[in-house]
Design a binder for this molecule. Structure first.
Ligand code: TRP
Length: 382
């Protein structure tokens, strides 16, 4: 019975009637705290474009999560504001097509905040404290005991983002899995306590292990703006080349004849993420495939420069069309804002529809519920 369900108890899947989704819907997004880099590209952007063009999805929503970005940048709204257009340009230049994909700004859909407020009743503080991604982010940001409530609760807001669009599929990196899990729990709890209303989403992870977490060019585990180890989608060809040629490889591979190591070797990790067999034919025909190249490197006799040049050729081939497209969009910034404005309108309508259903399920549809009015009238009729 609903009365007995505390916010902490797990609800088993079979206990709740699932909402059968009518359509296949994607929702995902990024915080606009900086330009997007090739880690974003191989980890998510490239896949989103594939999914968009696969024709398998009925609707695709991609959100610039400005409100979420503010949860740990409250004192820096200018940073968030400046990066809206950067992220939008990165999206468009990678091939996200506003005719097929709705691009929008989170804060322009205030329905999301209202949903968050209702979902907050379905999640405990201790459940939020157990979220591994939030935990590590708190450490990284040195919040210690002064954690902003908004930041602490952002997994709930992310559940609103996902459920507002009745998303069935959320393409994300591994670090976002705890958010999807939290969303599923909220959906089950909501559907169990009120009535089956919300769609339970599934995550969609990158296919290739190397793509999940592309290291920085210095070999550090993560690409980050503050470490200065990123290759940006908006970098020029020269900048990309310089960065690749300075990449961390194997410090024990000093002479060409020395045997090389692949473990932690950034150039090879990047090749795992970018290289396809056809590239050998074009740029390095003395090898059939990446396995042969790796074998030679491990044996000794293959120099870093040669491998780096190969990587550079591949990456330039992939990044050049993106740079060209970006240049086109940069010429019409008002047009890019218009795309976001129109997308936000479409997104708002969809979220409003879900919110109306949520309110109804929660018995907060006071003015369009004739039964309620009759029942209350009867109560007071003599
Ligand atoms: N948390 C995501 C990030 O840091 C951004 C995001 C916000 C998101 N809401 C979302 C991703 C909903 C997927 C679904 O990049």
């Amino acid at each position: 019975m609903a009365e007995n369900i505390g916010a902490e108890e797990k609800i088993e899947e079979q206990e709740v009637k699932k909402v059968i989704p009518k359509e296949k819907v994607i929702l995902t997004g990024d915080r606009p705290t900086g330009k997007l880099h090739i880690g974003h590209y191989v980890g998510s952007l490239r896949r989103r474009v594939e999914l968009q063009n696969s024709g398998e999805y009925d609707k695709i929503f991609i959100m610039i999560a400005d409100a979420q970005a503010l949860t740990d940048n409250a004192d820096n709204p200018e940073k968030v504001r400046q990066n809206i257009i950067e992220v939008a340009l990165d999206y468009l230049s990678c091939g996200l097509d506003p005719k097929k994909t709705t691009l929008f700004i989170q804060s322009m859909v205030p329905e999301l905040t209202e949903l968050t407020f209702y979902y907050m009743n379905l999640v405990t503080v201790s459940r939020l404290q157990r979220n591994p991604t939030v935990k590590s982010e708190i450490q990284m940001r040195n919040f210690e005991t002064s954690i902003p409530v908004g930041f602490f609760t952002y997994p709930i807001s992310q559940a609103s983002d996902i459920t507002a669009f009745q998303a069935t599929t959320v393409p994300v990196g591994e670090d976002q899995l705890p958010m999807i899990e939290q969303t599923k729990e909220i959906v089950r709890r909501f559907n169990f306590i009120y009535s089956p209303t919300l769609v339970e989403p599934d995550s969609l992870l990158p296919k290739n292990q190397a793509c999940s977490r592309l290291p920085g060019i210095d070999g550090k585990a993560k690409m980050s703006k503050s470490l200065g180890n990123c290759i940006y989608l908006s970098d020029t060809a020269e900048e990309v080349k310089t960065k690749i040629m300075s990449m961390f490889t194997d410090p024990t591979h000093i002479k060409i004849t020395d045997p090389g190591h692949l473990e932690g070797n950034t150039v090879f990790t990047y090749l795992d993420a970018f290289c396809r067999e056809e590239h050998f034919l074009r740029y390095l025909p003395e090898y059939q495939n990446l396995d042969e190249l790796k074998a030679h490197y491990t044996r000794g006799g293959l120099g870093d420069i040669k491998v780096k040049k190969f990587l550079n050729a591949i990456m330039q081939e992939e990044l050049e069309p993106i740079r060209q497209k970006r240049k086109e969009y940069e010429k019409d910034i008002p047009g890019v804002f218009r795309i976001l404005q129109e997308g936000s309108q479409v997104a708002k309508e969809r979220a409003a529809q879900t919110l109306a259903e949520v309110r109804k399920a929660m018995k907060m549809n006071y003015f369009d519920d004739l039964e309620l009015m009759e029942e209350q009238s009867k109560k007071y009729a003599r």
